[in-house]
Every structure is written in structure tokens, then in C-alpha cells.
Ligand binder design. Structure first.
Ligand SMILES: *Cc1c(COP(=O)(O)O)cnc(C)c1O
Length: 477
């Protein structure tokens, strides 16, 4: 059994393994070829009654787990969005896990609470946001969006919804574009507002943004029908192809209508440390709430999602609860962050932000993000120049989509959707790179996003080669 007497020995081995693992990632396929059920089949059906040796546990980790993982830290991980864990944030996580503190109240974690406040100020400034925003670390963007929807619900029901529930009230309506992440739908489910009351407006133009006039019209129609509009969810850099609303125009409509706004910039928000990208969320200073995930593109080990709110009072009035045992006596002016979030218990997440921002400095983080954007744009140009490929959505930051459309397949009447899905599978089975598919205007397209911290320029060239090689090997008819 591992005790504090043997902890050091095994911790050193774990660290050595981690270093070897990261340095050797380029040699591994990004996605394993694994059959569903094959891992569980190797795990005994019941827990052991007596202790097993650490050696046996570590051996099994290397034998059963590692080869069957999808390697998110692989430099050629171009699927979904990145989940960067800079080495320094991994170190900070180890310290946080050694402290193993519950950071729900100032009293249960004075330093963690105050460091969180300080880091929220650092990040607010780094993103170019004004002093009207106060920040809090949430576990995920989904939780931040849920708390925003709960604020909308509470405000629309005169701050009484926690007490009265929803049964007797009017139907509360929330608006967004059709591009928003599924976490918005889920927030509506969990908040009890229901999918039917999430009004998804069509998106259009190069950025696939919601039309402010369509928003006004939808709100007016709902009021006429006796419903109660409660809020608008805006997106910057949505998941599928990076769709981004005109934040300023949508905020103007929402303000006129007296509705709260929440901006989901879970992925794109990190890029706003570079001033030249801030046009993408022009008008952000007017939103009531926004979320971005330092655990995606900024390098903070998962999980670490930052929510900025204009009125912490509204958030605390919505989520703060103080049973007797949680009351902090004799201290005024302190922050209890559990009153800002759905869960009570909270990890010490500010530590990795502090380590990360100090060890890298903003300039290094900007350099990485700028490289990702430049390399992604470059790959888009190279694919555009290929006669068999078309660019289906232009790069938004470092995300674009493309479609394989060889002449031979078009002439043979081949199902191009099936062909593109077959190409994604072939690319991912090849293992050199990892991509994901999406749907755009009803068509299957292939997404490419660059964002992994260890990525180098050569990885983009290798991506180009892997895409072309696999395309040539997929039968077109
Ligand atoms: C990743 C992502 C989310 C969900 O983030 P979690 O932190 O996993 O909940 C929501 N919205 C957008 C735009 C995202 O990219």
C-alpha cells in the first residue's frame, strides 16, 4: 500500500513516466485502434480484498490504459478543440492535489479564494475586458452557462424562482443562434425551462451570426403570445465551424428589451489575449455574463473555466445559499465562491492559472495562439489550391472546415457525405493526425483546428500530407 513513506519513490517514477510520455507522443498514433469493451474486459470484475503492489498497478497502467487512450496532448491533435495542459499547470495541479483543500468558502481556503480573485483580475485585463466584470472559476463552460441561465430565470421571475419553482409562472424564453453548443440546450433542460423555450434563430453571413432583427421579431412574437423573454445566449467561436454573433448588435437588442445576455466564448476567449483578434467579439463590454475556458487554448490543465459577470450580486442571489454550518462569522468583505456556482465543493483551480501565467508570461501564450492561427490559415490555403478539395468555411481564428470533392466522384454520382465520413475515418485510422467531422448546411464537412501547445509548423505540413495520402487511398466510387 502506498503511504507517505513510499510516496516520494513512486511520485518520482510517475514524473519520469509523464516526461517520457510527453516527449514520445509524436511516435504514437493520436487515436488508438481499440474495439469497444476491450479495455473493460481486461479489468477484474471485482475490487481486490487485499493490497496489490504499486509495481503491478503501474505495469497495468502502462499495459492496459496508455495504449488505449486518445492522446489529447499529441502535437497533431486537430480534432474538437484543444485541451492544453502546459507542464507547469500539471505541476500546479500536483500541488493543489497535495493540498486537497475544499475551496468553497474564504474560511475553508483563504489563500485559494484570494488567489482566485487576483487571477480573475489578471485574466480580465489580459482579455482586454473592463472593470465592470468580476470573475469566478467554474468547473466547465457548461456550468457557467447553466448559472447564466439560472440568473435569467431568477431575474425574469422577480428573484423568486428558487422559492416558488416554475409551475405557476409564464413560459420563460431564451434566444440564441442555431450554432450554439449543446451545453446551452442542456442548461435549459436542467434549469427547468425546457428545450421548447430555447428559440434558435437562423444564422447567416460569413460568420454565421444571428440576425438582430430576427431576434427582435422573435421577442415581439413571444410577448404577443403571452410568453416571458428572459435572456439571450450569444456565441463567439461556436464549436462546429466557429460561428460568431455580432455581439454589439445583439446586446443592443437585449438591452432595449431588458434581457440578460450571456456570451459563450469557451474556445475563442483565450485568443482574446491577442488584441488583433478582439474584433470577433466587438461589443463584449456590454454583456452581463461570459465564459471562456483556459483549459482549452490557454494551457491550464482541465478543468478550469472562467466566468465573468457584470453583477456578482445577481449571481450570488441566484446561487448563494447559507445553511447555518456554512455561515462565516465576524468577517465582512470576504468572498465565498461557492455562492457563485452550482456545486458547493470546489477544487483549488486558481493555482494552475497563477503558475501558468507566471511561468509563460502573456507574450509566450500570445505567440502560441498566433502561430496556431497562422498555420491553420496556411493549411486552408494549401487545401484550397488542391482541385479535389473545397474550403467550406473560412478560418475563424484557427478553425476551418473543408470537403473532399474529387471530380471523379462528382461524375460518378458518389454520395459525397459518405465519402467525407469515410475520409475522416481513414485519416483517424492512419493515426498521424486526428480530425473530426461536422455538418454545415446539411452537408458533411471535415473540421481542422490547430491549438495544441506542442504543435510545430512541421505538424501542419504533415497534416496536409496525411489528408492527401488518405484521400488518394479512399475509393471514390
Ligand atoms: C467546449 C465548449 C463548450 C463546453 O465546454 P465544457 O467546459 O466542456 O463544458 C461550450 N461551448 C463552446 C463554444 C465550446 O467550445
Amino acid at each position: 500500500m502506498l503511504t507517505w513513506d513510499t510516496f516520494g519513490t513512486w511520485a518520482k517514477r510517475a514524473v519520469d513516466w509523464s516526461t517520457r510520455y510527453h516527449k514520445g507522443l509524436r511516435e504514437r498514433p493520436v487515436r488508438p485502434r481499440v474495439e469497444p469493451g476491450s479495455v473493460q474486459a481486461q479489468i477484474p470484475a471485482t475490487a481486490p480484498e487485499s493490497p496489490e503492489s504499486m509495481q503491478a498497478i503501474m505495469d497495468d497502467f502502462e499495459r492496459i490504459i496508455v495504449p488505449n487512450m486518445t492522446h489529447w496532448q499529441h502535437p497533431r491533435f486537430f480534432a474538437y478543440f484543444p485541451a492544453n495542459a502546459a507542464p507547469v499547470s500539471i505541476l500546479a495541479e500536483q500541488m493543489a492535489s497535495a493540498l486537497a483543500a475544499q475551496c468553497m468558502l474564504w474560511q475553508t481556503s483563504p489563500a485559494a479564494t484570494e488567489l482566485e480573485t487576483a487571477m480573475m483580475v489578471w485574466l480580465r485585463q489580459a482579455l482586454g475586458l473592463g472593470e465592470q466584470f468580476s470573475g469566478v472559476i467554474q468547473d466547465s463552460a457548461s456550468s457557467a452557462t447553466l448559472s447564466a441561465v439560472l440568473m435569467m430565470r431568477n431575474k425574469a421571475l422577480d428573484m423568486r424562482s428558487n422559492q416558488t419553482g416554475l409551475a405557476a409562472g409564464p413560459q420563460l424564453r431564451v434566444y440564441c443562434s442555431q450554432e450554439v453548443h449543446s451545453s446551452v440546450d442542456k442548461a435549459m433542460w436542467v434549469a427547468g425551462l425546457g428545450q421548447d423555450n430555447l428559440v434558435k434563430l437562423p444564422s447567416k453571413g460569413p460568420l454565421r451570426s444571428m440576425d438582430p432583427e430576427a431576434l427582435s421579431a422573435a421577442i415581439a412574437a413571444d410577448r404577443a403570445a403571452g410568453h416571458k423573454p428572459a435572456g439571450v445566449i450569444i456565441c463567439t467561436g461556436a464549436t462546429s465551424i466557429g460561428a460568431s454573433d455580432d455581439v454589439g448588435a445583439i446586446v443592443a437588442v437585449a438591452k432595449r428589451e431588458g434581457l440578460l445576455t450571456h456570451l459563450d466564448a469557451a474556445w475563442a476567449g483565450s485568443a482574446m489575449i491577442c488584441p488583433e483578434f478582439r474584433d470577433l467579439w466587438l461589443g463584449v463590454e456590454g454583456v452581463d455574463s461570459l465564459v471562456f475556458n483556459p483549459h482549452k487554448w490557454l494551457g491550464a490543465q482541465f478543468d478550469c473555466s472562467v466566468q465573468f459577470v457584470r453583477s456578482p450580486e445577481l449571481l450570488v442571489e441566484t446561487l448563494g445559499i447559507q445553511p447555518e454550518y456554512l455561515k462565516t462569522r465576524g468577517k465582512s468583505g470576504i468572498v465565498n465562491y461557492s455562492e457563485w456556482s452550482v456545486p458547493l465543493g470546489r477544487r483549488f483551480r486558481a493555482l494552475k492559472l497563477w503558475f501558468l501565467l507566471r511561468a509563460h508570461g502573456l507574450e509566450d501564450l500570445r505567440r502560441r495562439i498566433r502561430n496556431h492561427v497562422a498555420w491553420s490559415c496556411d493549411l486552408a490555403e494549401r487545401l484550397r489550391a488542391e482541385p479535389d478539395f473545397e474550403i467550406t468555411s473560412e478560418p475563424i481564428l484557427s478553425l476551418f472546415s473543408f470537403r473532399y470533392r474529387p471530380q471523379a466522384a462528382v461524375q460518378a454520382g458518389t454520395d459525397l457525405d459518405a465519402l467525407n465520413l469515410a475520409l475522416v475515418e481513414a485519416i483517424n485510422d492512419d493515426g498521424r493526425i486526428y480530425l473530426t467531422q461536422s455538418k454545415l448546411d446539411g452537408q458533411s464537412v471535415i473540421r481542422f483546428q490547430a491549438g495544441q501547445f506542442e504543435m510545430e509548423e512541421q505538424d501542419k505540413d504533415l497534416a496536409y500530407q496525411a489528408i492527401l495520402d488518405c484521400a488518394r487511398a479512399v475509393p471514390v466510387a
